[in-house]
Design a protein around this ligand. Sequence first.
Ligand code: PLP
Length: 399
Amino acid sequence: MTERFTGNFTQQEPIPEEGIAAALDVLRSGRLHRYNLVGEEAGAVASLEREFAEYTGARYVLAVTSGGYAMATALRALGVGPGDKVLTNAFTLAPVPGSIASVGAVPVFVGVTEALTIDLEDLAAKVGEAKVLMLSHMRGHLADMDALMAICDAAGVTVVEDCAHTMGATWRGIPSGRWGKIGCYSTQTYKHMNSGEGGFLITDDEMVMARAVMLSGSYMLYGRHGTVPPAEVFEQVKYDTPNVSGRMDHLRAAILRPQLRALDAQCEKWNARYRVVQEGLRGTPGLTVVERAEAERYVGSSIQFLLLDWDGGRIADVLKRCLARGVELKWFGGAEPVGFTSRYDSWRYAPSSPMPASDRILRGIVDMRLPLTFSLEDCAQIARIIRAEVGAVYQAQGV
Ligand SMILES: *Cc1c(COP(=O)(O)O)cnc(C)c1O
């Protein structure tokens, strides 16, 4: 009897009861807008911003409508505009080059290594071409942040971090999002906290935060925020910064506050699942596991492995066979974007030249989500199934 997995790869956990109760309170109040407050009430959004500032150690936090919005706002707040070039990862998700294109700027793609992090040699070669790096910690893989910052600092390049997959992760004990000038997070359903849609922008820079607050649509009510620079800073930007509305509302903030308190414990649960799958896959012929650096505290909310130098048809075969046994893998290297896009050459609005070394890696990346609704037993079973099917196709391939 061949075993079959019956779990659902897109099923997240329910919202904690405490979050549901807080959300009902907001609904009953009728005051959902972040600036709709009574008396001295702080409101859920400003409270969440304070708590996220405490969690990350950032001076300033702005809660917004999405991770993509946070990234575009970061670029606008830095003054990136039409025709400017912005360095970014060749291996990332569509909202990342999308945020660059949304301000009329042009992505300059930097290659990917077998560790699935940005290629620092390629970065050093291209760093002179732009003033900003939109660094995506794609699928939670952190590059050597000390080395990366040294390259960017030496070239005077400002770093913005896309932490959609690294909320809760650190490099050498320093949280992702705290290395660059700005950190951007998503609280969309498939990330580490779930409010359906939502995000954060964090920074220590007062001009950046004042501009970001104005951009998000503060209607000059910035005094009601929890973590913003003093009024004098706003005086310098308030007449010149357009409103590009993207505020978070109290309903989402109410749902997120208890999730933030549970975040570190949740990250441990993801990592326990990640380790079971990783160990289960280790030693599978033809399959390369992605090793993690010592300095990296990652959050294993998804797992990747490489089928390096495999023929595309064979990779498609592995995916089909795994799916028939209930295991849903994604081939990030597929030539045709399906439901998601993650390679630079699928964004045809952005010019790119071929990157053969990166193409070889991109073609081999297979990805799987690890929702917390899976048990450790489930994870062991999933690994057995992948191992068997990769092995079967690999042997038939005769390489
Ligand atoms: C999800 C995601 C984003 C954007 O988040 P949204 O909230 O969906 O806009 C950015 N970068 C990466 C790598 C992501 O996976």
